[in-house]
Ligand binder design. Structure first.
Ligand code: G6P
Length: 368
């Protein structure tokens, strides 16, 4: 075990720091700069079949569902195909409508999650084409799917998923590019997208350098009883994932919410003792999120803001900031989840939790 952890205190820490390499592995061989598109042979679908797709539905559980939410947003934005993500435990018992021009993705690190597997079987029984996005090669979902994509994140040992998540994101970015380039996206826009995606591992490496700063913030805040994680647009699922990480390994209560929705409930929780973690990069929703930050500040809630480097306006409102490098606005999920993983990890360390084996949780939930 000591060797496998490669000098890190636990597997989760190792897996967080491995992400520049694991994301690069996911992308390897799947981007074509000349044609500015993605290559995903494992989908087992011809261009003509892909062109006929009218709807995309994603089913998954836990962290994989959060990746699916980002994926759906991205596909719809870029490829102009209606897309949505649903929990497999819900879809499984819902009499959902399957239409012939819809494709489904079952997203799963382990490939063995019972709810996702049974949701997939139910969909297939109705005649759906279900593709897998799996990490574990040869897993049940990978075997039973009609095709799909392996994430190649490498073995993930810690119960709380980190590198599998960013690799699932990477697959969705490649797929969205592929679909977009068959429809709306120009060659030059596609080339910019490819270059940006290829640059993500380096940006993630830069964010990881903030380790000590994030540890210091964890030491400052870990005694809080409740946290809010807030973001909008593509950053909303990232907020959900940040809250999930904190819950899973530190047992601190955390809620992920759309920053636009706080006025409908969560703001009632805000006081001097309830920190809010804001995802507020330089994107088209930044101004809106800044007004949401001000609403929290007016109620004396402490604010930790994850913002783009050099954003003095956000820095002036927040109590603490975690600055991240600038990327194209569609790519912030990769960059913003990293500090949240580290924050959860360092809070759990402060609290003396068993980071790799949190109580009551399993890496792969093969029962209902
Ligand atoms: C469990 C794990 C989570 C994971 C979820 C879905 O709850 O603890 O980390 O996100 O299952 O697992 P899957 O293998 O389907 O991605």
């Amino acid at each position: 075990e000591a060797i496998e952890k490669e000098g890190f205190a636990c597997f989760m820490e190792k897996e967080i720091f491995e992400q520049p390499e694991s994301i690069a592995r996911t992308l390897s061989g799947r981007l074509d700069l000349e044609y500015a598109t993605g290559k995903l042979g494992g989908l087992n679908m011809t261009s003509r079949e892909l062109l006929a797709v009218k709807r995309i539905k994603i089913v998954a559980a836990g962290t994989s569902w959060h990746a699916g939410l980002v994926g759906a947003y991205l596909i719809e934005t870029l490829a102009r195909i209606p897309a949505s993500a649903e929990l497999s435990s819900e879809l499984r018992y819902r009499n959902s409508v399957v239409e012939p021009d819809t494709i489904y993705f079952a997203v799963t690190q382990s490939g063995e999650t019972a709810d996702t597997l049974y949701a997939m079987r139910e969909l297939k029984r109705k005649g759906a084409r279900v593709l897998g996005i799996c990490n574990v090669v040869g897993s049940t979902i990978a075997r039973e799917s009609d095709g799909g994509v392996y994430t190649h994140a490498g073995p993930e040992i810690a119960v709380a998923s980190t590198k599998a998540f960013t690799s699932q994101l990477a697959v969705f970015y490649v797929f969205a590019l592929l679909m977009a380039r068959m429809r709306d996206m120009s060659v030059s826009a596609g080339q910019r997208f490819v270059k940006e995606l290829q640059g993500i591992p380096e940006k993630v490496r830069e964010v990881l350098k903030q380790r000590d700063h994030i540890q210091a913030l964890a030491k400052k805040y870990y005694k809080a009883r409740d946290f809010l994680f807030l973001g909008r647009g593509l950053e909303y699922p990232v907020a959900l994932e940040g809250a999930l990480k904190l819950k899973e390994i530190s047992y601190i209560h955390a809620e992920g919410y759309s920053a636009g929705e706080i006025k409908h409930g969560p703001i009632a929780l805000v006081n001097e003792e309830t920190p809010s973690v804001f995802l507020v990069p330089r994107d088209y929703l930044r101004e809106k999120v800044i007004s949401n930050m001000k609403e929290i500040k007016a109620r004396k809630g402490p604010i930790i803001a994850l913002c783009t480097e050099g954003d003095a306006e956000v820095a002036a409102i927040a109590d603490d900031i975690i600055p991240v490098p600038a990327v194209d606005e569609l790519f912030y999920p990769f960059i913003l989840i990293i500090p949240l993983q580290l924050f959860a990890y360092f809070c759990a360390l402060e609290l003396g939790r068993d980071v790799d084996q949190p109580r009551n949780l399993a890496k792969s939930v093969t029962v209902e």
